[in-house]
Design a protein around this ligand. Structure first.
Ligand code: NDP
Ligand code: ZN
Length: 359
């Protein structure tokens, strides 16, 4: 038996997203069927639809910040009950056998196909063509139904606003994971470069961890927004402000979705400080390595977060009463929304109201 579903997908690199009928398989014994309520719009959705990473399989139906209700479940499911409010992030499976999977770092799965992405999965095609997941292309949360293995389904805490919980499943965990890994804590000095969807969550999570936060933005209009969240702000390119911050930061996270210069930020790190870029998709320009050596600084990257960390960040946001700032849209406005995300004009995350898929 199959489940009839509807979603929005792009048929090619320059194509607009349009309605697409699809069929999902009935849940296996360890899977749940989720009726989607809300789905966040991540900049990665745009990169993937536009084949910025060179690995897009069309049709491409994005959506990896999904909140919905369990409407059916397989016979062996124990973690979720029908009616539960649940979430799905960027991953829906992994090999469960490699060293990162066994260490609870499934997002760095080293299995033959790597982890199974919620859309456009599997992450890797093997040379021999064998596919451990048996799926050539996955379709994400810009749709009304999802079927996902129970281990990769998160619980949405009751204290979170339902529609604003969705972006925590990617924007939240992608910023929480490196902050946790590199030990951001009360009193840490944190810089956030690029104030969009991930930037908004970086500020809120770092502030809730007790850090002092400074936002680097190109947009003077966002200065007041940073202050509203209790952060200081620097308009990018303001040399005087940069000079005043030399040796200031323990941790800087860049969420800029394009390649960009790292050099201006290295002198701003203190001894043992870390600069982590989560948003660069093209090769980054080189940096003056002497500035990294002096002070034993780290230039790093980080990929989403594990399933454990995703549950942790949902619970953390509920406990600290923080949630992304969102703008709710019907799916019919998705192509326009993409334009505003690309121009940096969203405050700060579009979330699709899946009820509009029925229109
Ligand atoms: P947004 O578009 O919401 O935010 C990015 C922000 O970066 C913009 O608001 C803008 O902030 C700034 N910016 C945009 N273009 C430029 C530019 N050319 N130069 C300098 N600054 C720029 O994107 P998201 O927050 O959704 O995602 C950010 C990036 O992170 C994307 O590349 C996405 O694919 C990636 N990502 C990576 C993940 C990972 O696992 N590593 C997971 C999820 C996303 P301002 O106006 O303040 O300058
Ligand atoms: Zn994302």
């Amino acid at each position: 038996m199959t489940i009839k579903a509807i979603g929005y997908a792009a048929s090619g690199k320059h194509a607009k997203l349009k309605p697409m009928q699809l069929e999902r398989q009935d849940p296996l014994p360890n899977e749940v069927q989720i009726a989607v309520l809300y789905c966040g719009v991540c900049h990665s959705d745009i990169h993937q639809c536009e084949n910025d990473w060179g690995n897009t399989v069309y049709p491409c139906m994005p959506g990896h910040e999904v909140v919905g209700r369990v409407v059916n479940k397989g016979s062996l499911v124990t973690k979720h009950a029908i009616g539960d409010l649940v979430g799905v992030g960027c991953m829906i499976d992994s090999c469960h056998e490699c060293a990162p999977c066994l260490a609870g770092d499934e997002q760095y799965c080293e299995g033959p196909n790597s982890w199974l992405a919620t859309y456009n999965g599997p992450m890797k095609q093997t040379k021999t063509g064998e596919n451990m997941y048996g799926r050539d292309n996955t379709f994400g949360g810009y749709s009304d139904q999802l079927v996902v293995r129970e281990d990769f389904v998160l619980k949405i805490p009751a204290a979170l606003p339902i529609e604003a919980a969705a972006p925590i499943l990617c924007a939240g965990v992608t910023t929480y994971s490196p902050m946790k890994h590199w030990g951001v804590k009360a009193g840490s000095k944190v810089g956030v470069v690029g104030f969009g969807g991930l930037g908004d969550m970086s500020v809120k999570i770092a502030r809730a961890m007790g850090a002092q936060v400074t936002v680097f933005t190109r947009d003077k209009d966002k200065v007041a927004e940073a202050h509203r969240l209790g952060a200081k702000s620097v308009v990018e390119g303001d040399d005087k402000a940069y000079a005043a911050l030399e040796g200031h930061f323990d941790f800087i996270i860049s969420t800029v979705p394009e390649k960009h210069e790292v050099d201006p930020f290295i002198p701003l790190l203190r001894h043992d400080g870390v600069f982590v870029a989560v948003g660069a998709l093209a090769p980054m320009p080189g940096w003056n390595h002497m500035n990294v050596i002096m002070g034993r600084k780290t230039i790093a990257g980080s990929l989403i977060g594990s399933i454990t960390e995703t549950q942790e960040v949902l619970d953390f946001c509920a406990e600290h009463r923080i949630a992304p700032d969102i703008q709710l849209i019907p799916i019919q406005e998705i192509n326009e929304a993409y334009k505003y995300v690309k121009s940096g004009d969203v405050r700060f995350r579009y979330v699709i109201d899946a009820a509009s898929l029925a229109e």
